[in-house]
Design a protein around this ligand. Sequence first.
Ligand code: ZN
Length: 212
Amino acid sequence: MLDVQALSRKDASVNGPESPSRRFVDQGRPLTMYSDLIYVACPNCGARAQITPRPGLPELRYYSELLYRPRRLTCTACAATRSWSAKQRNNALVGVKLGGPSDPFFDLPLWLQTPCRGEVLWAYNERHLDILENYVAADLRERTDYRSNGAMLSRLPAWMKAAGHRADVLRAIRRLRIQLEQVASHDRSATMLDRTNRGPRGGNNYYFRPPY
Ligand SMILES: [Zn+2]
């Protein structure tokens, strides 16, 4: 996998020291690529728990496998674990739909969510925060020649992309970085407890052949 941060550092240096503008090149990565680690509120004790693919499976061939691979939730605070397996329909596995401030496997509130401009800014993990921050902070946003279908950054809502919202969105991302390190049950954000924030996930289901 490409190192997104290294890439954006290299791109920024192209401008030279006389130019203060920050350039960001969008490689068109899908949200799926950030779904390998999802922090949520533990359903048992409310502390920060994590959802990852079940250990011991073969290496990923495609990132889309992350949508239907078996998952495990683990909580270091209370030792709770939960398992998830994809539903089957007509000999195919039904992949989850990503998006919104809850996880797509257990439907638990994401740990990283905070109010911003009357909306909810959310992320799955630190790498997800990194790319959002690099993108929002950039003065010049470019994209490589990719098919936009499924590219995470091209699908960000307009309120996150607006230049006039940049300072507020960057502040919200900084709040989430602090939230990331606060792992106890009482550290949960108020946004997380407001379940009315969850909208339905749009789009079609994807179907995959076993063997998972
Ligand atoms: Zn727990």
